[in-house]
Design a protein around this ligand. Structure first.
Ligand code: ADP
Ligand code: ASP
Ligand code: MG
Length: 422
């Protein structure tokens, strides 16, 4: 029998009525003859509440207990969906991550799935049961402790289960009917995409489009899992297919830019007047890396001044070093660099958290020149100041003031012809 994984996110299981609606989608696929594994998230808002309780309980909390607490949201919804399915006359049982088992690394709070043994699920399918799996959770084999996969991690659970059980498809049901050219809640003119390539989806997800967790796209790409993003709000009797994440070759009509992503989870740090000599970048970025602080955009500008602030007396020139880190790492990075002031030898440190990174993504950029330059011009015309830029093969990003987020996203969305025709 063919197998299917169906994943339902927080808003799709927000209450018992919504869970009944989920069950109706599951029934359709069971009646179509599939062996079905369902992966569920916690009810919407639940994980945030649990995280809040952890933070309230302990300032510097034990990440293993964080996982024990936040994994509970999915335990509830998996049990509830199994109950509702049983009530409909569909044999079903719930599976916690450790029961499957979904084995992970011990990076509590952002663990990586290492393996999923399909044997128990296979036995359950052979019994004619729907397997309702709690997403987001796993277990570290050596310690036997519960782990979670990072926010949005149920997507990853679903795709990994699909790969492990050899599912024909993985359907990610959410509160939008597919992947759009940008977040449809920010840009009403965003257009739904029928297909998007793995590579572009990977970039969009890692640059801030939270419709799929990055790791889920990586696993889908690696194991060639046919993954759709679709709406749980569609009529269960007549749902639309949503967006297929697929190989680039499957996409006939290719745009230069496919989507615009944005991330408010950024912070900017500038070190003023750093001595411009060999080894200075290593002195700054080495210690940050040692503390697991990821640095993203980097720009170095010769300041035109020497360490003592004068020119022309034979002293070496200095440079201003600007870079970005994730907002969550900002305080730690500032503290570390402040401590290292004597070693790095800079004059002043400045930081900003009111910044946003806007990115344009498209495989067409490989073969088209000047794509980013058009954006710089368009943003300048709207009076949007660019603080930093990065580019790579299929994307470019600009760092700007947070206040201009919507204006900039809309400007680029129109510029690259992504607006929906009215
Ligand atoms: P779930 O709880 O189902 O996992 P999420 O909130 O994690 O749902 O993801 C769905 C949300 O992702 C949408 O409501 C939408 O606001 C947001 N989103 C951001 N970028 C995009 C995009 N390019 N296409 C579709 N949705 C997007
Ligand atoms: N409930 C978890 C979260 O909110 C996992 C998920 O929804 O995918 O991050
Ligand atoms: Mg999600």
């Amino acid at each position: 029998m063919a197998r299917l994984v169906m994943k339902f996110g927080g808003t799709s299981v927000a209450n018992i009525e919504r869970i009944r609606n989920v069950a109706a989608h599951v029934r359709r696929e069971v009646e179509a003859g599939y062996q079905v594994a369902v992966v569920v998230s916690a009810m919407s808002g639940k994980t945030n509440e649990l995280v809040g309780w952890v933070q309230e309980s302990s300032k510097i909390y034990d990440p293993r207990e964080y996982d024990a607490v936040v994994a509970s949201g999915e335990q509830v919804t998996s049990g509830l969906l199994a109950l509702v399915l049983q009530e409909m006359g569909i044999p079903a049982r719930s599976w916690q991550g450790w029961q499957v088992p979904v084995l992970t690394s011990d990076a509590h709070g952002s663990a990586r799935i290492e393996s999923i043994d399909p044997a128990r699920l296979n036995a359950s399918f052979a019994n004619g049961e729907v397997a309702v799996i709690a997403g987001f959770q796993g277990m570290h084999a050596q310690t036997g402790r519960l782990t979670t996969l990072g926010r949005g991690g149920s997507d990853t659970s679903a795709v990994a289960v699909a790969a492990a059980i050899g599912a024909e498809r993985c359907d990610i049901y959410t509160d939008v009917d597919g992947v759009y050219t940008t977040d449809p809640r920010v840009v009403p003119k965003a257009r739904k995409l029928d297909k998007v390539s793995f590579e572009e989806m990977l970039e969009m997800a890692s640059l801030g489009s939270k419709v799929l967790q990055v790791r889920s796209v990586e696993i889908a790409m690696l194991h060639k899992v046919r993954t759709f993003v679709r709406s749980s709000f569609d009529d269960p009797a007549d749902p639309r297919p949503g967006t297929l994440i697929c190989e680039e070759e499957e996409i006939v009509e290719q745009q230069v830019v496919t989507g615009i992503a944005f991330s408010k989870d950024e912070a900017q740090i500038t070190l003023r007047r750093v001595a411009d000599k060999p080894g200075v970048a290593a002195a700054i970025f080495g210690p940050l890396a040692d503390q697991n602080i990821n640095v993203d955009m980097i720009i170095q500008v010769v300041s035109g001044q020497t360490v003592s602030g004068q020119t022309g007396n034979g002293e070496a020139m200095t440079t201003d070093m600007t870079f970005t880190v994730q907002a969550a790492d900002y305080e730690r990075a500032m503290a570390l660099l402040t401590k290292l002031k004597p070693e790095i030898a800079y004059q002043a440190i400045e930081g900003a958290t009111d910044v946003v990174k806007i990115s344009a993504i498209g495989v067409g950029m490989r073969s088209h020149a000047g794509v980013a330059a058009r954006a710089f011009r368009a943003l300048a015309e709207k009076g949007v100041n660019i603080r930093a830029i990065t580019t790579s093969e299929i994307k470019f990003s600009v760092l700007i003031d947070k206040d201009y987020t919507e204006l900039a996203v809309r400007t680029l969305h129109s510029l690259y012809g992504l607006d929906k025709v009215a």
